[in-house]
Write a protein that binds this ligand. Structure first.
Ligand code: ASP
Length: 293
């Protein structure tokens, strides 16, 4: 497949009918935002940040401006970004008063020797990031609380740039009403997000189930073992079903730009954007789409 490519998802969940057009528009816009970065020669990491930022900026997903409060009524955000070729990642966990945790996750990746920063430390790092001019302040506190789905809808993406560099990312406020401090799979390396020089995966859905099978790492491993992303996604979904109660999904891409995806929920909005081609999007995606095979 032609490089670059970007795939984004808006959560393995069930959306209310009336929100579907906006959700589809948002994932398409996100993928196209990332693709623009790639088409200008930007890196996979830069495209992943831009795509996730675009989804965080809507109030449609349980991430960024759409973040939902925990049991005690406040929002804690998680985000992760991984550079596959360097095998390095940046994650922020249970951070408060931040609108775009994906940028902070990238800051952890690029500007600190650490991979995972949580809570108060992450908020302090955010203040340092703004002060350093790495990113601009994004009207703090302006998060809305509009449930679109019937639970949770993390956002994620996988990217391969024109130099075959691979990245994976996710952003979430976790489950609405979750225990304060609860952390799912999304900011955990190998569970919600994984990338190496062979492939990248981003997972969504029941974090506790995803963690049990280290889902992102397993999907990438299956590609390393010789499966194409389509078969590797199917095998990962079979493992999820065999070992857990499921309710999850994933997007997967290999370094050549081949895409795989799988989900066992009613919806998993996905957009796939290859350079120079029409963007594919669906609430119940299949790849390759039947009309293209
Ligand atoms: N996986 C996320 C979590 O468990 C939720 C989601 O993907 O929607 O926190």
């Amino acid at each position: 497949m032609p490089l670059p490519v970007i795939v984004v998802h808006g959560g393995a969940t069930k959306y209310r009918e009336e929100h579907i057009p906006a959700i589809i528009h948002a994932v398409e816009h996100s993928a196209e935002t990332g693709l623009k970065v790639l088409d200008k020669g930007g890196s996979a990491i830069a495209a992943a940040e831009a795509a996730i930022w675009a989804l965080e900026e809507t109030d449609l997903f349980t991430a960024g401006r759409g973040a939902r409060p925990n049991r005690d009524g406040y929002v804690e955000l998680n985000a992760m970004i991984m550079d596959g070729n360097k095998l390095e990642s940046g994650a922020v966990i249970a951070v408060q008063d931040v609108v775009h945790p994906i940028s902070l996750a990238r800051y952890v990746l690029e500007r600190t020797p650490n991979y995972q920063v949580a809570g108060l430390g992450a908020k302090k790092l955010y203040d340092e990031m703004i002060e350093s001019g790495y990113r601009m302040e994004s009207s703090p506190g302006e998060t809305k609380n509009t449930p679109m789905g019937e639970g949770h809808d993390t956002v994620g993406c996988v990217v391969v740039d024109s130099h075959s560099r691979i990245a994976s990312a996710s952003s979430t406020s976790g489950w609405p009403g979750q225990l304060p401090g609860r952390v799912g799979d999304s900011p955990i390396i190998g569970a919600g997000v994984y990338a190496n020089e062979v492939a990248a995966a981003s997972c969504t859905g029941r974090g506790e189930q995803i963690l049990r099978i280290v889902m992102g790492r397993m999907a990438v491993l299956y590609v390393e073992e010789g499966l194409g992303p389509k078969e590797a996604s199917a095998k990962t979904m079979r493992l999820l079903k065999e070992k857990t109660s499921g309710e999850a999904g994933l997007i997967l891409v290999d370094k050549k730009g081949n895409v795989g995806l799988g989900f066992d929920t009613p919806h998993m909005p996905v957009a796939v954007a290859y350079s120079g081609q029409d963007t594919y999007s669906s609430m119940t995606p299949e790849w390759p789409p039947s009309y293209r095979t």
